[in-house]
Design a protein around this ligand. Sequence first.
Ligand SMILES: Nc1ncnc2c1ncn2[C@@H]1O[C@H](COP(=O)(O)OP(=O)(O)OP(=O)(O)O)[C@@H](O)[C@H]1O
Ligand SMILES: [Mg+2]
Length: 354
Amino acid sequence: MSDILAGGREPVAGAAGGFGRDAERGAGRGADAGSERAGFYGSLERRARAAEQAPGYGHDSVIACDRLVRIFTADRIEVQALQGLDLLVRKGDLVALVGASGSGKSTLLNILAGLDVPTAGSATVAGCDLLTMNAKERLRYRREVVGFVWQQTARNLMPFLTAAQNVALPMQLNGERRAPGLNKRRAARAAELLEAIGIPHLADRRPAQLSGGEQQRVAIAVAMANNPSVVLADEPTGELDSETAASIFDAFRTVNRELGATVVIVTHDPMVAGEVRRTVAIRDGRTSSEVLRSTLTGEDGTESVSEREYVMLDRTGRVQLPREFLAALGMEHRVAVDLAADHISVWPDDHPDR
Ligand SMILES: Nc1ncnc2c1ncn2[C@@H]1O[C@H](COP(=O)(O)OP(=O)(O)OP(=O)(O)O)[C@@H](O)[C@H]1O
Ligand SMILES: [Mg+2]
């Protein structure tokens, strides 16, 4: 508990019955405590005003999902695959999405890819509203704004086209059909992409002549063909051994750092999840926690990675506390919360009527 509150002893929420266990106990009211309290409330008010004036939810994000719901109905049984999922991804981020089977990862990715429409909530990607797009806009969205890599290598490529032709295909489906030098420009871009991803020597091979890992790298080049803002990948290394998976991950890193795409990868691979700056966990159709990593450089120049896990705070103020924390303290149904100057504490329910 903070020193300020320990001296203050007033209900932090202001009214009788407000939050704060010290509120119930009544407490001293010294002059010093009074001025400290005034300072504390003043700073709270200032912070609350600043928060009200802050720009809207997701204003600086390339992906913004707000209370996203997707309900499937099969044989009259409803499955709530997404149950009010919130997710913000900033431009230029490389994010891993993890979660148990059935937690809603593919459902989310299909919505972000413009292949499926949510039941409720809102989702925008690069300024496109995924709920209100008409068929024509959706087609344009899928061709220009997002690129997609599937787990099944065969699903990503046309079997009868070479790697270079596969990369050029989305460019042909997009935009002008006839212009002098157009085919040459497309071929040049396809060659550049294959070069960037480290497989220029595979340009003339068909998928059947490529290994699974090589096919996935071509698929990444295909996803980048029309220079999308966002690249989405659903278990892109799921069918590959770990060494090959590392090379696929390197290709995504290139796409992210050198070609400037924001990348979201669904993965079970701890290597992938462990190397990205941000890993978001989905549980029961909601984002539940995330791990942020940063590289620290010590005084002697050695680098180390620091890692911290955060739980999600939704827009209505709900947090999902880790199950093991709740179990360790026997917390269920109801907890007491206290506000301090720089943190909020959560206590087991010790009310006599418990
Ligand atoms: N078309 C559908 N019709 C009915 N239910 C569906 C449909 N698609 C997904 N579901 C259900 O929605 C839930 C979430 O599925 P989803 O495929 O998003 O999970 P996931 O996290 O990708 O799992 P996995 O790791 O196994 O790929 C599951 O309970 C699934 O059975
Ligand atoms: Mg899935």
